[in-house]
Design a protein around this ligand. Structure first.
Ligand SMILES: Cc1cc2nc3c(=O)[nH]c(=O)nc-3n(C[C@H](O)[C@H](O)[C@H](O)COP(=O)(O)OP(=O)(O)OC[C@H]3O[C@@H](n4cnc5c(N)ncnc54)[C@H](O)[C@@H]3O)c2cc1C
Length: 411
């Protein structure tokens, strides 16, 4: 059976797919009934993610008339960018530096908002194949075949759209592990306890021993620590406050761009175990989960005729793997591209990559890609110390100007 009632098919109801639909409904209201989102899961579905929202998320959602405060959240007062326990600390005197949500709650909330604006979403349908041709796109699913004028691949880092339409394009994928723990460790570690990892001390040495329990204010602070870089893990360890079903928790994780994959590296879990041990937690006592993040490279294609990629399918931020604001931003740009393509009756999307690169989002992703090349390949300990501890003001201002606040000049 072929379904042909909708001519804009969005594959995936995560932030990028829902944002594309919400922006289409806002700016091209007449297209709303022509949009269909296909989602393989049922919301609220689990999604491995630390749920850290930067301010750009709020700016984009506010413009859509949405208030993210409706979603259960924890506000981070101060965010630290450290090397081995010391470094730059950022605080916004007016609002939080980061807002932390759980993705099952956030995505289900966003889906309800889209539905309330008349967007049709069919859940429990898995896309199996995407076949673009000159006058339409055929989408094969486990619930029949769909035919559309335009398809938006919003199916995430493991999605099928990119594999079907750009099978030979290079991909850059980060490895990420995540763990949830209570706010405090079961009991403080004995002072002389050895770190529970097998990495030689010289590789993952942390200068500042901290008793988690003794540190006032850590509860609402978020930490990024780049100490794994000299050990060839091109990323950082994070520790965020969060909540699960209203219960305060901590979310920990380790991110590795894989830029130093050709070098000898410890296991990815080792720096996470070392950092948690420093705070009195034993990694082995918690469930550890992993998921890749596909990151943006300016040379990568992000469209073929009749098919656009958005969100992780196109590429997230390479520095941090920050992808929620980015996914929402992709949605705004893709909606405009689709609206214009329908007006012009031209579905080649030949200029999408160029227009994307010129947008505020494209520019911040380009800058972040450049930063990634420097931050993670200049991997020496002295360089990381110089950057995070001595160049503090420069790093803070550059981050504010070139990394954040892009959503105000999104197009
Ligand atoms: C461990 C971890 C921690 C992270 N922490 C943060 C963070 O703190 N802050 C931040 O900003 N970003 C974070 N990210 C990145 C962020 O999660 C992603 O960038 C973001 O989810 C991208 O949104 P998306 O809509 O493109 O894809 P997704 O959120 O992955 O949504 C894709 C949707 O498509 C559906 N789908 C997939 N395949 C199919 C198919 N074949 N058929 C139908 N539907 C399909 C999926 O079920 C899913 O609902 C983290 C990622 C990981 C892995």
């Amino acid at each position: 059976m072929t379904n042909t009632a909708h001519d804009i098919l969005i594959l995936g109801a995560g932030p990028s797919g829902l944002s594309t639909a919400l922006h289409l409904a806002q700016h091209y209201r007449h297209l709303t009934s022509r949009i269909l989102i296909l989602e393989k899961a049922h919301h609220p579905r689990p999604k491995l993610c630390a749920g850290g929202l930067v301010l750009d998320v709020e700016v984009i959602l506010e413009r859509l008339g949405l208030d993210v405060c409706e979603v259960p959240h924890v506000d981070v007062e101060r965010t630290h960018f450290d090397f081995a326990g010391k470094g730059l600390s950022l605080r916004n005197p007016i609002r939080q530096t980061l807002r932390v949500i759980r993705r099952n709650e956030f995505d289900a909330w966003l889906m309800k908002k889209a539905q309330s604006r008349g967007i049709e979403i069919r859940q429990g349908i898995t896309v199996k194949n995407i076949l673009p041709n000159s006058d339409s796109v055929t989408v094969e699913t486990d619930a029949g075949t769909f035919c559309a004028q335009i398809v938006v691949g919003a199916d995430g880092s493991n999605g099928i759209t990119r594999r079907c339409v750009l099978p030979d394009a290079p991909v850059h994928t980060a490895r990420v592990l995540e763990v949830l723990t209570p706010t405090y460790p079961p009991k403080p570690p004995p002072p002389s306890a050895p770190p529970p990892n097998t990495i030689p001390k010289s590789e993952l040495t942390v200068d500042v021993p901290i008793s988690y329990l003794g540190e006032a204010g850590r509860g609402l602070d978020a930490y990024f620590d780049f100490f794994p870089v000299p050990a060839n893990i091109a990323g950082y360890v994070w520790d965020f406050p969060t909540q699960v079903n209203g219960e305060p928790m901590r979310c920990w994780g380790v991110y590795d761009t894989n830029l130093l994959a050709n070098e000898k590296r410890p296991q990815l879990r080792d720096p996470l175990a070392a950092e948690m041990a420093r705070r009195g937690f034993k990694l082995d006592e918690y469930e550890i989960k992993g998921h890749p993040i596909r990151w943006y490279d300016p040379s990568n294609p992000i469209a073929v005729p009749r098919v656009l990629l958005v969100g992780d399918a196109a590429g997230a931020d390479p520095v941090f793997g920050e992808g929620i604001s980015i996914a929402l931003g992709y949605g705004a740009i893709a909606a405009r591209e689709i609206g214009e393509s329908i007006r012009r009756d031209d579905f080649s999307f030949s200029g999408y990559k160029r227009r994307f690169a010129r947008s505020g989002l494209g520019q911040t992703l380009f800058v972040r890609w450049l930063i990634t090349q420097v931050l993670y390949t200049f991997k020496w300990r002295w360089f990381q110390i110089f950057l995070w501890r001595m160049l503090k003001p420069v790093v803070g201002i550059a981050g504010w100007l070139f990394v954040l606040n892009w959503s105000k000049r999104i197009h």
